[in-house]
Design a protein. Structure first.
Length: 159
């Protein structure tokens, strides 16, 4: 092989190695920052990974919100109609957070199946619900119950 071809071959190999390293680093960074969404049913069935940041969502069960009297810690139960999961959050909850409301919580599952949330998001008006929560409720047949409850609340009790 003549010296010019050998030099070109080394340049091409160096470029390919550089691109390969860049792609590997990018995929590694994306893998660490991905937050997969899990329904309460998936979490209860053990499909969600422990000690990995995930998103979970559903409707806050009526009567399930328990606030600590001496700290900002709040425990509540979220359901998709089929199964429920307990979420523990330490901090100030959104103003729109209430029982019967659709929420999405981000955090990690502990060994007992409780989601230790570091962020809780509530829907911003009466018509919006996160798409993942909407799909989970539709699958469980609970969407009709939520729609009826929302109509009752917004119309002052009259249908």
């Amino acid at each position: 092989m003549n010296p010019v071809r050998k030099k070109r071959l080394y340049i091409v190999l160096a470029i390919l190695a550089g691109v390969g390293i860049a792609v590997t680093l990018a995929l590694s960074a994306l893998q660490q920052n991905i937050n997969l969404f899990y329904t309460p049913t998936q979490i209860a069935n053990g499909e969600a990974p422990q000690n990995t940041r995930i998103r979970a969502g559903g409707l806050v069960e009526n009567g399930s919100v328990k606030r600590s009297s001496d700290s900002l810690e709040t425990d509540f139960v979220v359901t998709d109609g089929a199964k429920s999961v307990t979420i523990r959050y330490s901090g100030i909850l959104p103003d729109l957070f209430r029982e019967g409301q659709g929420i999405v919580a981000m955090g990690k599952l502990d060994g007992s199946g409780v989601l230790i949330a570091d962020e809780v998001l509530a829907k911003h008006d009466e018509n919006y619900m996160p798409p993942e929560v909407m799909q989970a409720l539709e699958k469980s047949g609970m969407q009709q119950k939520h729609d009826a409850a929302t109509r009752t609340i917004t119309s002052g009790g009259a249908q």
